[in-house]
Write a new protein. Structure first.
Length: 66
């Protein structure tokens, strides 16, 4: 008995299991698609959030003048 046979015996494999191949099918993942309206809304929302953050930071530092 070789070391490989001992490993297979310890793991519960039988000789007939070693000769049977498992069929594995690999599928390529679909690319992520985002509708144009959603992408546009996300860009506009991010820009607006950046503007509000900048204005808020300037107001807290007292740099905005009336």
């Amino acid at each position: 008995m070789t070391a490989e046979d001992a490993i297979y015996a310890a793991e519960g494999y039988h000789d007939e299991d070693l000769h049977e191949a498992d069929i594995v099918e690999w599928y390529e993942a679909r690319p992520v698609t985002v509708p144009t309206a959603v992408a546009t809304g996300a860009v506009i929302g991010a820009f607006a959030l950046g503007v509000l953050t900048a204005v808020g930071a300037l107001a807290l530092m007292g740099r905005l003048e009336d």
